[in-house]
Ligand binder design. Structure first.
Ligand SMILES: Nc1ncnc2c1ncn2[C@@H]1O[C@H](COP(=O)(O)OP(=O)(O)OP(=O)(O)O)[C@@H](O)[C@H]1O
Ligand SMILES: [Zn+2]
Length: 677
């Protein structure tokens, strides 16, 4: 043990897979002692890296000649609060990751550089920003009684109180959040509010609403399309308590908010709240934890709550508030009908009834939306002579035809090639597209409605920065007659002049292996249906309409959709899950393994399964993942289940400790509460 005269020891975590705290020497004499929550620059191997100080001690177990000196402490930055450290600590613990791997990537890159030029510039910029804060809301609309009750209940809540706001599409949940925010800002002179939305494309509309409502309040946004400079500034504004409202996507849940007083999770059911790589966290679950830790209210809003949240509302763990009607006068929920594709055979993917409905909207000058959750022109091309199909040779997947770009593309490994002129197997020149993506529907529409202004919005049409926003703006300005898009257009958007929604091809999800598929399909259909008829009666005076093309019009899921019946659908599904012992009545973790050969991955998982037994934790047999091969790597998984969270957590801790000592070339990772199994 080395006692150090005039020095102290900084205990630092780093962004590495090692579960370790590293000690560094730092001159403390005279100078102020650094604190936990500050960042330090330290030597690590041959690099200089940023670390987070988690403790400061007088001595270290590391021998003095092995102990290295820290290079700098970022004292210009206020320390991260103990509450923030606890949040990062909880996330690391719960998702079984080293603290440094959770905490450091949660901070803007510019705080983690070897130089402080960017950090100092941002601090200077922040200091120059107008400091006046005025939480007075402007142009506050009159709420309807149900909205008012909800806004008061949320805005007036004290202490930890999770609320599920179940409001039908277009019921004005946004307005409820804004008026609850106004109450919190009025009551808490220094308070901060965090608002999360599931998708980056939903931020501009809400950002506009917030700025118009609270012109005297500093708003920071945090999402993945900010430049590093912008992210630094916005993060700092939140960290220094200057930004009072922080609006962001899931990554914003790790923002430093020293005076957080209210959390709003909009569209709480949305799968995008789950990070699907690296630290696979659920921003919604972390938000609830954060609210409990800080003893503050949190509101989870949705027209189609997740079954997890719905169950909490049923059991009384969450308070349930309901908005049954649309907010705008005369706006009613659309009439939803099923179009039987066996009777009305589609041409170019569209049944004659849907075409007629589109034509009617064209005549009336109203907008229509066609929803198809498949981008590209066709999911595959094939040779009718010999049966060849365009498989990706690196993945268990097809190469998707992108006709406008004259390419075949794998959506999983990004492999690209020109469309072959003839069949690679038999030389036949007649290669045919099979099935239909958004590009093909767009092409068909252009032929059917040559005069229509048709716009496609999907990941392909919005690759350039700002192009998605420009596309949505043109819809809002009324420059589009028919909008065709993937799930990008399905959620959250408040289209004013849209009176028809057509849903193409939702059937495949009815028969998916994934037990969550029906929950997701129901939510998706209700959400996209909910884009219609939001602004009241159409010019023609008719109710807005949703048409679903299906081969299974008798399927009970569609019956619930037609009746707008979330409650009974959710209850039935919860009962099914309980009987089948599935989440949320059971807790799961998934160990994934990747190797060049499937057998290697399976062998590793089998070895992992046999490392530890526990009478109350089930370890299933390892199986290949449903999409086994991606980018020349085979993937397999091992599912773990237990009846309680603490039980599973305790097991994982012990198990991983052993697993980490296993020497293997297999790449493995663990996911807690997996959603894609
Ligand atoms: N009290 C009110 N009076 C009149 N219009 C209102 C009122 N509250 C909200 N609105 C309007 O109702 C429309 C729908 O509101 P909002 O977008 O908040 O719905 P939502 O509940 O979030 O729906 P979704 O779940 O579909 O996203 C908006 O155009 C909004 O301006
Ligand atoms: Zn591929």
């Amino acid at each position: 043990m080395s006692g150090l005269l005039n020095h102290c020891i900084l205990q630092v975590v780093l962004d590495t897979p090692l579960h370790a705290v590293f000690d560094y020497r730092w001159p403390c004499a005279g100078a102020e002692r650094p604190q936990a929550g500050q960042l330090a620059l330290v030597p690590f191997g041959r690099r200089e890296v940023a670390g987070l100080i988690v403790g400061v001690a007088d001595s270290s177990d590391v021998p003095a000649d092995k102990l290295k000196d820290a290079l700098a402490v970022r004292s210009q930055l206020s320390p991260l609060s103990p509450q923030w450290l606890a949040l990062a600590g909880f996330a690391a613990d719960y998702y079984q990751r080293p603290l440094g791997e959770v905490a450091l990537p949660g901070l803007p890159k510019n705080t983690r550089l070897a130089t402080t030029v960017a950090l100092d510039r941002a601090l200077k910029k922040l200091a120059k920003l107008d400091t006046a804060h005025d939480g007075t809301p402007l142009n506050v609309p009159q709420l309807n009684p149900a909205q008012q009750q909800a806004a008061d209940a949320i805005g007036g809540a004290q202490g930890y109180l999770p609320t599920l706001l179940h409001g039908v599409t277009g019921s004005g949940k946004t307005e409820v959040y804004l008026q609850a925010c106004a109450q919190v800002l009025a009551r808490e002179p220094d308070g901060q509010i965090l608002i999360l939305v599931p998708e980056i494309n939903l931020t501009p509309q809400l950002e506009g609403n917030i700025r118009a409502r609270f012109p005297g309040v500093m708003l920071a946004t945090l999402h993945s399309s900010l430049s590093e400079g912008e992210r630094m500034l916005h993060w700092l504004a939140a960290h220094e308590g200057r930004a009072r409202i922080v609006l962001g996507t899931r990554l914003a849940i790790l923002a430093s908010l020293p005076a957080l007083k209210l959390i709003v999770i909009d569209e709480e059911h949305d799968p995008s709240y789950k990070q699907q790589e690296g630290l696979r966290y659920s921003a919604r679950d972390l938000a609830v934890w954060r609210a409990r830790q800080l003893n503050i209210p949190i509101v989870l809003g949705s027209a189609t709550p997740s079954l997890e949240s719905w169950q909490h509302a049923q059991s009384g763990r969450y308070r349930l508030l309901t908005l049954r009607e649309r907010a705008v006068q005369n706006a009613v929920l659309p009439r939803i009908s099923l179009l039987d594709m066996e009777r009305d055979k589609p041409q170019d993917g569209l049944t004659s009834a849907l075409v007629a409905a589109l034509r009617l909207r064209m005549e009336r000058g109203e907008q229509s939306l066609l929803f198809l959750n498949r981008r590209g022109y066709a999911p595959v091309i094939c040779c009718e002579a010999c049966g060849w199909i365009s498989n990706c040779h690196r993945c268990t997947a097809y190469m998707v035809l992108h006709r406008p770009e004259h390419r075949l593309r794998c959506h999983h490994c990004s492999l690209e090639m020109r469309i072959p002129r003839h069949c690679p197997d038999c030389g036949n020149v007649d290669l045919q597209p099979l099935g239909r993506g958004t590009q093909r529907v767009e092409e068909g529409l252009q032929q059917l409605f040559p005069a229509a202004r048709i716009l496609r919005i999907d990941a392909d049409s919005t690759r350039r920065k700002g192009s998605a926003q420009a596309a949505f703006d043109s819809v809002h300005r009324g420059e589009v007659d028919i909008l065709i898009g993937t799930q990008m257009v399905a959620k959250g958007h408040d289209f004013k002049n849209l009176t028809l929604v057509g849903i193409l091809n939702p059937d495949t999800a009815l028969f998916s292996q994934d037990y969550r598929a029906s929950e997701r399909l129901f939510a998706q259909l209700m959400q996209v249906a909910g884009r219609a008829g939001r602004a009241g009666q159409s010019a023609g005076g008719s109710v807005s309409e949703v048409l679903i093309q299906t081969r299974y019009p008798q399927h009970p899921l569609y019956g619930s959709v037609v009746r707008h019946d979330y409650d009974n659908f959710a209850s039935a599904l919860l009962e099914e899950r309980q009987q089948a012992a599935l989440p949320p009545f059971l807790y799961q973790a998934l160990l994934r393994a990747e190797a060049p050969e499937l057998a290697t991955a399976i062998d590793f998982l089998t070895q992992a399964r046999d490392l530890l037994v526990h009478p109350e934790v089930t370890l299933h047999d390892p199986i290949p993942m449903s999409m086994t091969r991606v980018h020349n790597v085979d993937r397999a998984q091992l599912l773990l289940e237990a009846a309680s969270r603490p039980l599973l957590q305790a097991f994982l801790k012990e198990w991983l400790q052993v697993l980490r000592t296993v020497k293997t070339r297999v790449k493995w990772s663990l996911e807690v509460d997996p959603v894609d199994i």
